[in-house]
Design a protein around this ligand. Structure first.
Ligand SMILES: NC(=O)c1ccc[n+]([C@@H]2O[C@H](COP(=O)([O-])OP(=O)(O)OC[C@H]3O[C@@H](n4cnc5c(N)ncnc54)[C@H](O)[C@@H]3O)[C@@H](O)[C@H]2O)c1
Length: 349
């Protein structure tokens, strides 16, 4: 039986509790939360609830899940590993590279693992992008845009507090950076430019743009905004034989097309009425184009947890390693530096 304890029984703490319940070989035994109300919630679900970390860590646990506000991730991960527990931490892994390096030291010292809930590697939209890029059907990628826009305009609760590690770069940014790094794991990030701003939420970034140049000459643009009352696509991928657009998280809304194999040059056409005098931007003849169907994706909403359990049972290696997350955190740090200095930061990440 895999015995699990959860730190932070809020939204994500409950999410993990519900996932763990799908596995007969796993059992969530206890919770540690500083909120009396959340401890009462846990007790109501039949769990033991602690108000002190030491008492919680005195339990015999195979895995500690950390689902607190972000500034507690590193101290709780270190404490749990030093108490002999493996750790599944919510994203962002830590607030700084330095914190993550000390966690890696603890991994070496204790032999326990530290993994991070980067479950968006299994999102269907991301898998469509990944599969189409890998298939080569659209040619060589030149630029990829990954974008998440909301309408509510605010970061709620602790997400609006800089001391808690609030703001969208730590919130959505780390997922989207992780996805880009996963598309070309063998390539390096060579430069980072970021602009972090507070539009409606004071003190933290509720909007950011991040450009990452990669060693394969792809540029990735990541944009996250909490206040956009018009839609832009979730993904837009420019390639040298075709283009992909995905509108949302379903992976089914959007389209892809490429130039037919036998088309090598493009004929010169006269401009269209609404376009004005441009031949460059005149539309292609439809017969030049070949629509590409979006590869269907199975439901993988249990995939992260399946792999976690299999890693705990020693059957498979971890899906998300601290080395992978370290690259992500180095990008985050470069982005903060870039935005503060309004400079492109040259890196080798
Ligand atoms: N992977 C994902 O897709 C995803 C989605 C949402 C949130 N998250 C992450 O999950 C974490 C929690 O987010 P949430 O939305 O569940 O927040 P939440 O506010 O709903 O829950 C946080 C819980 O932590 C408890 N808590 C606060 N300070 C504590 C402390 N010092 N010690 C112990 N418990 C404490 C709170 O009482 C609360 O129960 C964050 O790191 C967030 O970034 C990840």
């Amino acid at each position: 039986m895999i015995k699990i304890g959860i730190i932070g029984f809020g939204y994500m703490g409950r999410f993990h509790w519900n996932k763990a319940r799908c596995f007969p070989q796993a059992r969530v035994a206890c919770v540690f939360d500083t909120s009396e109300e959340k401890r009462a919630d846990a007790v109501a679900e039949g769990l033991t609830a602690y108000d002190r970390l030491e008492s919680f860590l005195a339990e015999d646990l195979d895995l500690v899940i950390i689902a607190t506000p972000n500034q507690w991730h590193a101290p709780y991960a270190l404490a749990a590993m030093k108490a002999g527990k493996n750790v599944l931490c919510e994203k962002p892994a830590t607030l700084t590279v330095e914190e993550l390096l000390s966690i890696q030291e603890a991994e070496r010292e204790t032999g326990r693992f530290f993994t991070v809930h980067q479950q968006r590697r299994f999102d269907p939209d991301y898998r469509v992008v990944r599969d189409l890029i890998r298939s080569g059907e659209l040619g060589r990628v030149t630029t990829i845009e990954s974008r998440v826009l909301g309408e509510r305009g605010v970061c709620f609760g602790w997400r609006a507090d800089p001391e808690s590690g609030g703001g969208m770069l730590y919130d959505w940014g780390v997922h989207l950076i992780d996805q880009i790094l996963g598309l070309w794991p063998g390539e390096q990030v060579t430069s980072v430019y970021a602009r972090l701003i507070s539009v409606l939420t004071p003190a933290v970034d509720d909007y950011f743009e991040l450009a990452m140049n990669l060693s394969n000459e792809v540029t990735a643009h990541i944009t996250v905004g909490t206040f956009a009352l018009q839609k832009l696509p979730r993904w837009f991928v420019f390639c040298d034989r075709g283009t992909l657009r995905l509108d949302d998280f379903t992976g089914t809304a959007g389209g892809a097309a490429r130039i037919r194999e036998n088309v090598s040059g493009f004929d010169s056409v006269v401009g269209q009425k609404h376009l004005g005098p441009s031949r460059t931007m005149a539309p292609l003849k439809p017969e030049f184009l070949e629509p590409i169907s979006l590869p269907p994706q199975e439901d993988l909403s249990m995939a992260f947890w399946n792999r976690l359990i299999s890693s705990l049972e020693g059957k498979e290696p971890l899906l998300v390693t601290s080395d992978q997350v370290l690259r992500q955190m180095r990008v985050v740090e470069a982005a903060f530096r870039s935005s503060a200095a309004n400079e492109v930061i040259k890196v080798r990440i």
